[in-house]
Design a protein around this ligand. Structure first.
Ligand code: GYE
Length: 345
């Protein structure tokens, strides 16, 4: 039987090849700074809308789905010419990509920023070049908010609050309202909105529960492999962990493997209570098994809302500065099997 790590490495490799294939179909995709062959062959049509997308990387199932949605939405048939750049989890690569988009004179820049800070200078360059920038997925923290048109993504702080509220209700329902509850958190990439929002949203609820004891926060960088190591460390260090908060599903996969290897139980019958974020398909299957108790959805399919925004801008209409996608949560009591039937991710 494949272990979770191996299974998901395999899955990631498969998805990665698939995305490479898709990316190959998009125009001008490159990763090493050299102009790819097809870029010299393929040029946008005169009335194409040229969009430069700077993506974070390919660190999680969520990200793979998020990228696929861009490819599916901004197609040639619909009159888009897409330049997709994978930042490989490094801000410097993303800054380089933005400068390249500016040089090329794209019509729109779509930026999924790995972290919130450090964007002022390059966004000013885009503004000076008259190129509208749409911030997607995570947020930026800049002095002058007119440097970008709007942000389209998730209310990541609300996701964190939802997790806290869910835990409070659950503990209450199990008669554990006043018990000391030891918690560890596997955080996402430090300084990313997904980390900041989820951590602080949860912390807000935690303040109302003096008996909740956060033993430690450690980053698993949103990846399964790193989370596996951090969870091993948590288990070696603390012998009474009640709750594990994983700030994304891939980290939950790594943490679950470490917990099982340590011979510990997960779930409602005296096991570790695991909460996660994203609600990708493989994680929902674990919710169904009761290994993840609740998963707070983060919708990766934001491309259609970005397209709607671009179309509004094309018509000269105003757009909302902050636009959130709809999200919900799933827990072990729900009929996951049925809802997976018509869920895309
Ligand atoms: O939760 C995680 C990914 O920024 C919301 O990034 C996104 C997060 C998502 O790697 O899986």
């Amino acid at each position: 039987m494949l272990t979770w790590v191996r299974k998901n490495l395999f899955l990631s490799a498969f998805l990665f090849s698939f995305l490479l294939l898709l990316a190959g179909c998009a125009h001008g995709t490159e990763s090493d700074g050299a102009l790819p062959q097809e870029e010299s062959e393929s040029q946008p049509d005169e009335d194409d809308i040229v969009i430069g997308i700077s993506q974070v990387g390919s660190e999680s199932d969520w990200r793979m789905m998020n990228t696929k949605a861009y490819m599916d939405t901004f197609t040639e048939e619909k009159g888009y010419y897409l330049i997709f750049e994978d930042g490989q989890q490094k801000q410097e690569n993303q800054v380089k990509a933005l400068r390249k988009f500016i040089l090329k004179g794209v019509d729109y820049i779509v930026l999924a920023p790995i972290v919130e800070t450090g964007w002022d200078a390059v966004l000013k360059e885009a503004q000076d070049a008259g190129i509208p920038v749409i911030i997607v997925d995570r947020d930026v923290s800049v002095e002058d908010e007119s440097l970008y048109i709007c942000r389209v993504g998730s209310d990541l702080m609300q996701e964190g609050r939802n997790a806290g509220e869910w835990l409070a209700d659950y503990l209450e329902s199990r008669g554990r309202r006043n018990e000391k509850i030891n918690i560890v958190t596997l955080q996402g990439t430090p300084g990313s909105t997904a980390q900041i929002g989820r951590t602080s949203g949860f912390a807000e609820v935690m303040k109302k529960h003096a008996n909740w004891n956060m033993l430690e926060y450690q980053s698993g960088d949103f990846t399964q492999a790193k989370a596996y190591e951090v969870m091993e460390y948590f288990l070696e260090t603390y012998d009474d962990i009640d709750v594990v908060i994983c700030e994304n599903d891939n980290m939950a996969f790594g943490a679950i493997e470490a917990i099982k290897e340590a011979g510990l139980k997960l779930g409602k019958n005296g096991g570790i209570i695991m909460l996660s974020f994203d609600a990708v398909r493989d994680a929902l299957l674990l919710v169904q098994k009761g290994e993840i108790m609740a998963d707070f959805e983060c919708n990766p399919i934001i491309a259609p809302l970005i397209e709607e925004t671009i179309q509004k801008l094309e018509r000269g209409e105003a757009v909302e500065k902050v636009q959130y996608v709809d999200e919900t949560y799933f827990d072990y009591k729900m009929d996951i099997g049925t809802l997976l039937l018509d869920r895309e991710y």
